[in-house]
Design a binder for this molecule. Sequence first.
Ligand code: CO
Length: 134
Amino acid sequence: MLGRVNHVAIAVPDLSSAAESYRSTLGANVTEPQALPEHGVTVVFVTLPNTKVELLEPLGEASPIAAFLAKNPAGGMHHICYEVADIIAARDRLKQAGARVLGDGTPKIGAHGKPVLFLHPKDFQGTLIELEQV
Ligand code: CO
C-alpha cells in the first residue's frame, strides 16, 4: 500500500530562522513560505534529490502543532508522509485493521494540492503518519 516517502516534517518555532539554517548552514534549496490556514501552519519545503523536508510553523490560535511545540520548544520531527495510490482504499483498509484515522476520515487537500489523511501516532510506533495520494 505504501509508496515513496513524500516528505518528513519538522515543527519549528521560527520558520525564517529554520529556513535560513537549511539554506545557509546546510546548503539546501528552500521554497518560499506558504500559509495554509486550513491546516493551521505556514510551511517551507527543503527540496532534496530524493525527497523533501517540510518545515512547519504554527499559524493562528488553534494550530495543531502548538501543543507539540509547547512540549518541544526547540522544534522536532513532527510527522512522516508516505505516498499512496488510492487514499480512500488506504483509509478503508486501515480502518478495517483497527487503525485510527484522525478527524472524520475525509481527506483534506494538503500543501501540494493533493488529498491527505493523518493516522494516530499511538497506532504507529509513536509517529504521526500522513498519507498523500499521488
Ligand atoms: Co506533511
